[in-house]
Ligand binder design. Sequence first.
Ligand SMILES: CC(=O)SCCNC(=O)CCNC(=O)[C@H](O)C(C)(C)COP(=O)(O)OP(=O)(O)OC[C@H]1O[C@@H](n2cnc3c(N)ncnc32)[C@H](O)[C@@H]1OP(=O)(O)O
Ligand SMILES: CC(C)C(=O)C(=O)O
Ligand SMILES: [Mg+2]
Length: 515
Amino acid sequence: MARVNIFDTTLRDGEQSPGVNLNRLEKLEIAKQLERLGVDVMEAGFPASSQGDFESVREIANTIRNVSVTGLARAVKSDIDTAWEALKDGADPRLHVFIATSPIHMTYKLKKTPEEVIEKAVEMVSYARERFPKVEWSAEDASRSDLSFLAEIIEKVIDAGATVINLPDTVGYTTPAEYGSMFRYMRENVPNIDKAILSAHCHDDLGMALANSIAAVENGAGQVEGTINGIGERAGNAALEELAVALKIRQDFYPAETGLTLKEIKRTSDLVSKLTGMHVPRNKAVVGQNAFAHESGIHQDGVLKHAQTYEIITPEMVGVTSNSLVMGKHSGKHAFKDKLKQLGYDLSDEKVLEAFTEFKKLTDTKKEVTDDDLFTILTDVQTKTIDVKKYELNHFQVSYSDDGIPTATVKLAKPDGSDIEHKADGQGAVEALFNTLDQMIEEDVHITDFQLSSVGSGRDALAQSNVKVTVNGTEYSGRGSSQDVLEAAVKAFLNAVNRGFYHQPAAKAQGAGAH
Ligand SMILES: CC(=O)SCCNC(=O)CCNC(=O)[C@H](O)C(C)(C)COP(=O)(O)OP(=O)(O)OC[C@H]1O[C@@H](n2cnc3c(N)ncnc32)[C@H](O)[C@@H]1OP(=O)(O)O
Ligand SMILES: CC(C)C(=O)C(=O)O
Ligand SMILES: [Mg+2]
């Protein structure tokens, strides 16, 4: 059985999804979960793109020990140097360097001739190999490149030391037959191709990212790149959970397997969805809420008689379990710690105490605390990053009736200990609250997206809100959860504003806490 390496780029290409903006601790949480999932390589970011990305990549490389951590770089010396600084202390550092090879990209974007692109690619791969033991080289827009040119440049970058050759379908343009034949062509026409692993990287613009990735595997790709939940630039990347399950279920047809621990899929998907604010559609393959639900009578009858009549994947295979009642009001710290262990968390004593306090608060109002609730509490505690909050919710009140104008009063606490209070109305309760907050916030804030969902089921389910705002023209996202939908919305709004505030130059000068 051939082993296909999984290269996860949730933290790099996934973060290129419009509106997604993960901070350092959120990235670290996802990285730890990707390690549990068992990916072979994780692309933690693009270190030269910003100081924040540099720090995230460095922290992930220094923390993750069982997965190779990589970072992206253009074919530019300073990008490679910056990536080395971020990755050098990692357990298995590798670089991912790319340059475009299609006529349209070379002519209009890079403004280079094909010969200059070959020269640059070779020079930068050799330069990278002076530091990195493993170097992946990507031919950006490979699927719109000339095949013989591609074969020529691949041969030269392998000679220069590239250990992985990635052939991305950057704009999601290719089809399975065409993409598969490109891999076959390289295997047949690049004399030194066996010295490198061939890799697929597909985008979903025409809905073919997964099919194209599988076609690449059929034609000799030893690595597939993608993201959890298929998030990524534009229509997204190939969804890794779909690939891993497809290969597992169709072992009869494809003699290939990944090293993923499939039972970790659901939790990874939930974490990525929660932290990015990109909700998984109900009908999404493998991880959607409906993926294992049978609605019609004939299907239900079949499943009752023999599950496999309509079920090719079991929920258990991907870690979907029914929400167990975990603990309640009278549970103590020992039982709580034990539960965290069962759920796979390894938290510092300080974080356990913080989570336990939140858990206890919840048990005052919620009878059944489920694994989903705990997951929400633990994720919030683990990714809480802003030490200095410019605006902290102290109290709010909404007066609301179906035939009157909703009015909100909000009291916020400021870091200097003083309070501010305002009142405003709106067309609905949420709008009244947001209008009130608008009046109290000094920065120029506009809401660009607002989402509200429930965690788990039942009338006392936790509410989770995701809000995107622009603060002085730049977009930030925030999250908030609470048993009350309005409180979740207010918390998410303030979280986004505080994150935006942290990035404003004045805040840095005042020494606001770590982001
Ligand atoms: C297909 C992909 O997903 S590629 C990865 C996309 N990810 C990102 O772009 C990450 C976020 N990007 C950034 O933060 C910025 O674009 C930076 C820091 C990388 C560069 O910023 P700037 O220096 O301001 O350049 P800007 O983004 O405007 O333009 C890109 C430049 O890089 C060049 N370039 C693009 N790709 C490559 C490459 N692979 N190798 C070398 N040069 C490249 C472009 O031709 C352009 O050069 P020019 O300034 O001489 O015209
Ligand atoms: C940087 C490269 C690999 C990429 O993301 C793409 O071409 O889609
Ligand atoms: Mg991509």
